[in-house]
Design a protein around this ligand. Sequence first.
Ligand SMILES: Cc1cc2nc3c(=O)[nH]c(=O)nc-3n(C[C@H](O)[C@H](O)[C@H](O)COP(=O)(O)OP(=O)(O)OC[C@H]3O[C@@H](n4cnc5c(N)ncnc54)[C@H](O)[C@@H]3O)c2cc1C
Length: 396
Amino acid sequence: MKKFKIVIIGGGFAGLQAARSLRGLGNAEITLVDKTGIATMVPALPDALSGRLPMDKLFRPLHELAGGNLRVIVDTVESVSLEHRSVAGVAGTYDDDGLIIAGGSVPLAVPDSFEGPVHMVDSLEGARALRAEIETRVGPDPLHLVVAGAGYTGLELAAAARRGVPDPGALCITVVDTAEDILPMLTDRQRAAVRSYLEARSITLLTSTLVRKTQESVVELSDGTTIGNALFVWSAGMRAAPIEFDEQVERTPDGRILTTDTLAVPGHPEVFVAGDQAALTRDGRVLRRAVNFAFYSGRRAGRNLAAELRGRKPKPFHPVDLGWVLPLIETSAGRVFGGMRVGGRFGLRLHYLMCGFRHFGGRRSGAYYRAALNLRRTPAPLAGSPLPGEREGSDP
Ligand SMILES: Cc1cc2nc3c(=O)[nH]c(=O)nc-3n(C[C@H](O)[C@H](O)[C@H](O)COP(=O)(O)OP(=O)(O)OC[C@H]3O[C@@H](n4cnc5c(N)ncnc54)[C@H](O)[C@@H]3O)c2cc1C
């Protein structure tokens, strides 16, 4: 019997779920190509920055989580040939009879006018580098952390940095955004609560303002303010992970791939896209990037690929919006399950549980749940949290 070659690009929430849903396909050789080889708990990166969650609890090797007949290859995919049915990485080429593209997203490109060092917290390494820089530079002269982008990630990062260094005299934090107000999905009351949360932590919020340029440790804003001894964080938005194709595929302006209702690339019924890399839609509108949509689209993409290879009809993907929680280190604001408002520690715990369940599952992930759900845990200094590939206790 012919063995189908299946390639999955990316082992995040979507790719891993696709791999799990393909496990039952007996006559298949499944290869998961991921640039890191680990599953990272991306939504908890701000907690890694704050020091509340040890970094080593926030990743797991992909081969442990996916199990079954899955081969994990660490490689960065650069391009996909839809015509020749192959995937080209930096280290090798992988032929396929069926493909799932789930490479997630990357930060928006940094404008050329930013000449100084730019921090981004889109990985554990990024969280650690920023934390290390804060720890090194906090001293008698106030250090200014300037975050560009007051979306949920920018606000979470600001809150996380404050938790790591509670003294507002030592670390001044400013979040800057070009929009007139923050977080349009919040109610007025929730928005006011978030604003007073930030105020209580001496986090300055500047809306309708642009970061004009950065140079060494100076940040210049559109209102003419110049901030010295600054540390600059870029959190102004995301775009789809850049992967080239040998033919035109339609994309949204932020690079997400438009698919059919079954998540297939139009004209290529054995190629599916899931998670942040797909322009997932509901009622004609592209949905926000979220764990929930990544998880379920990954599962649907996997099941549809299995159906296609067995000669059955794939099913449409109907995204269900289970709501959202904005985690703010010690508290939260959100709306789940069709309108129920959640907040405080309950919302936080729900957030960690749902993200944990959707990525690490339940098996052998106790260390993550114990650390994440213990909200009284105090921030620890940076040391003692080796990242993948590092020996315990070795220098970062
Ligand atoms: C700081 C932060 C906080 C967030 N908080 C929340 C939250 O609270 N709630 C929520 O719902 N969502 C949150 N999100 C969004 C959420 O994390 C994403 O929507 C989700 O991770 C998308 O899943 P994915 O599988 O598409 O991508 P990812 O989980 O990002 O996985 C992509 C995978 O692809 C791999 N990869 C990328 N490019 C390549 C390549 N070229 N070749 C091979 N492998 C590649 C990566 O290594 C990674 O393993 C947050 C995002 C960030 C950055």
